[in-house]
Design a protein around this ligand. Structure first.
Ligand code: ADP
Length: 293
């Protein structure tokens, strides 16, 4: 379906309060789920994500998440302008950020600024709205008990989805046993509801032209900050200076290492739901390790 760029330009104009006369449009690569473009009026470029019209809710949630992190004022995120539908597409318009190379201080700043984000807390776990993790719905109903939140709204949701996708047997049995035994992993540890990025893998941060960190594509909610740290370690890890700077700013509980696979299990189960392949086997192995204690 052809993209109605004129309609998108019209809606950008409404958001910025003056007509946006599109002079150029180019596709940019890199996104997993959406198509990405840069639109230009000759002076001000904007970053546009496109998907099918049915995905508008996903973009509304992303816009709200970027606003939430932006309001904290401690780490740069692209400023969201608007989202909507045009023709058969949904779209999200963000400030375009030219990424540059990091300098010697950039990853240290990333560690410090993420720690500052995690110092922003709410009275309860969850958020005022649901969002998505990859293409999967992520539930964020408010809850005062973190273990209940993680059990019901993170792991059980993914396990139920796997069941609906026809998975049964060993994976489900391990999942049930694990959900009943989570308390042991939390002895003596009471996490606070911290503002989280929620999907902090290596593809969702970069540095701007001044070398300052930028995080994007979040799946925001308030939860245990260890979940963000765990995810940074899931696919290869961030540079060592990042972890040192984070821990200097905001030391981690010594039980983090034991809980890390529990937190990353959520993303591996989600990958099993989205991509199948070897992720279900990986999830089983993680659950076995967790159950051994
Ligand atoms: P998706 O939701 O499809 O995964 P991302 O938000 O991860 O898309 O964006 C895809 C790529 O586009 C990123 O890896 C990044 O390099 C680039 N990008 C994201 N946001 C911006 C922005 N505001 N300005 C410039 N480039 C961006």
């Amino acid at each position: 379906m052809a993209t109605d760029w004129q309609e998108i330009a019209r809606q950008i104009g409404l958001a910025i309060g003056q007509p946006f006369v599109m002079r150029g449009q180019r596709a940019v690569g890199g996104g997993d789920i959406n198509q990405a473009f840069v639109l230009d009026d000759g002076t001000q470029p904007y970053f546009i994500k496109l998907n099918s019209a049915a995905r508008l809710g996903m973009f509304e949630a992303e816009l709200a998440g970027l606003q939430e992190i932006g309001r904290a004022g401690v780490i740069r995120v692209p400023r969201p302008l608007c989202c909507g539908t045009a023709g058969g597409h949904s779209f999200l318009v963000l400030e375009y950020i030219a990424f540059g190379g990091p300098d010697h201080n950039s990853v240290i700043e990333l560690g410090r600024q993420l720690a500052a984000l995690h110092r922003v807390t709410a009275p309860r776990f969850g958020w005022y709205r649901d969002n998505t993790i990859g293409a999967t719905v992520q539930r964020n109903d408010y809850c005062t008990d973190w273990i209940v939140f993680w059990t019901e709204q993170r792991l059980r949701v993914q396990l139920d989805l796997l069941k609906r996708h026809g998975r049964s047997g060993r994976l489900m049995a391990l999942g049930e046993r694990l959900l009943e035994s989570l308390h042991a992993l939390f002895a003596g540890y009471t996490p606070a509801p911290s503002l989280l990025h929620g999907d902090l893998w290596g593809g969702n941060y970069a540095f701007d032209e001044r070398g300052q960190p930028v995080i994007f594509d979040p799946a925001v909610y308030y939860g245990d900050r260890e979940t963000d740290l765990a995810m940074t370690e899931l696919f290869g890890g961030f540079p060592a200076d990042f972890y040192a700077a984070y821990r200097d700013s905001f030391p981690l509980d010594e039980g983090y290492v034991r809980r890390r696979p529990l937190y990353n299990l959520y993303h591996i189960l989600n990958h099993a739901n989205l991509f199948g392949g070897g992720y279900a086997g990986q999830a089983e192995r993680m659950m076995e390790v967790l159950l051994r204690g």
